[in-house]
Design a protein around this ligand. Structure first.
Ligand code: UT7
Length: 329
């Protein structure tokens, strides 16, 4: 028995910030940002928290499937920008949508959050522990971005995706296989220094800007380019897939050069790679479900398509999921 995605939707804030927005006050340029990252613009939410992006995506996801919030058994929110340290954003979403019969929790795996949560949700469904999971991948990266630092301000955006995971009627379809990794040696290179129990918030931490993202871009780039490409190839080999078998690579959208290296390693042409980093930047746990939702809306994913989802992010966390698309549209 496999678990499968039975509905999907996404939400992006309406306010668009093109590269020219940063050119006005930072020593940067559209040329640099495009050449080094592939990003042309991103969205930032003006008012509201991560849950405020999840709620419209979640409501639409349920509506498409013809389910009521009360029909949901479990809510998992993958995010590194929860509304609060506690309670979990899953609790906030549960209350806002009125999913009165659901339990749930948040899952923290940064840019790999959606993949880790997808595997967790599938296991819960496959084991019969729950009949369905509303899985949300969302981040309000603007809440932890240092807008005065050109090396990070231009990279990220805000957005949310929501998918419903249920039992697959046919075991040929659904989440077939996964390879997931963590390696804590990556911590020093990409993290939020303060605000947790290690360094609680203080005037000093605020003055030192320790609540923003810290990233050693080059170190993360080197690890990501190898990690994401290796794991994507490994999952193909493990499942006897060659490039012709794969309909789509659905990569985490952190940098177009990392995506290109991964596709290249898998032997895939560019036209088999979902890319929307140009429009939204890196929305962390949002990138993969937003891609899937957009491509489905465009009619570009078909029943039976073999998809490889892959990611690399803070932790380090990385992995790949092989799934066979089971929805008609
Ligand atoms: O999703 C989570 C995982 N994160 C990632 O996967 C991100 C991985 N890293 C990257 O994508 C890239 O390292 C970056 C896009 C962050 C940076 O690109 P890079 O090619 O590695 O640039 P760099 O950090 O080596 O910097 C090159 C130069 C530096 O100037 P100098 O020292 O050569 O004079 C930077 O100060 O580019 C400068 N620079 C900028 N220039 C214009 C850095 N940011 C900017 C900017 N505009 N926004």
């Amino acid at each position: 028995m496999t678990a499968t995605i039975t509905s999907i939707a996404h939400y992006l804030p309406p306010d668009v910030y093109p590269n020219s927005y940063f050119e006005k006050y930072l020593d940067t340029s559209d040329e640099w940002i495009m050449a080094r990252t592939g990003i042309a613009e991103r969205r930032f939410i003006k008012d509201g928290a991560t849950s405020d992006m999840i709620v419209p995506a979640a409501r639409q996801c349920l509506e498409k499937r013809g389910l009521e919030p009360k029909d949901i058994d479990c809510i998992i929110v993958a995010t590194v920008t929860p509304d609060h340290m506690f309670p979990s954003t899953a609790c906030v979403v549960q209350n806002k949508i009125g999913a009165m019969n659901a339990w749930g929790f948040d899952l923290s795996a940064a840019c790999s959050g959606f993949l880790f949560a997808l595997v967790t949700a599938s296991s819960l469904v496959e084991s019969g522990t729950v009949k369905n999971v509303l899985l949300c991948g969302a981040d309000k990266m603007s809440s932890i971005l240092n807008f005065d630092d050109r090396a990070q301000a231009v990279l990220f955006g805000d957005g949310a995706g929501a998918v419903l995971i249920e039992k697959s009627k046919d075991k040929e379809y659904g989440i077939i296989d996964h390879i997931l990794h963590i390696d804590g040696v990556g911590g020093p290179f990409l993290h939020q220094t303060a605000g947790g129990s290690y360094k609680p918030a203080s005037i000093e931490t605020v003055n030192n800007k320790e609540h923003y993202i810290y990233q050693d871009g080059q170190a993360v780039f080197k690890a990501a380019v190898v990690g994401m490409a290796d794991v994507s190839l490994e999952i193909m080999q493990k499942n006897n897939l060659n490039a012709e078998d794969v309909a789509w690579l659905v990569p985490h959208q952190a940098n177009l050069r990392i995506i290109a290296a991964t596709a290249n390693r898998m032997g895939l042409d560019k036209d088999k790679v979902m890319i929307n980093i140009d429009k939204y930047g890196n929305t962390t746990a949002g990138t993969i479900p937003i891609c899937l939702s957009e491509w489905l809306d465009m009619g570009k994913i078909h029943k039976g398509d073999r998809l490889v989802l892959s990611s690399f992010g803070a932790g380090y966390t990385w992995g790949a999921v092989y799934l066979r698309w089971g929805m008609n549209k």
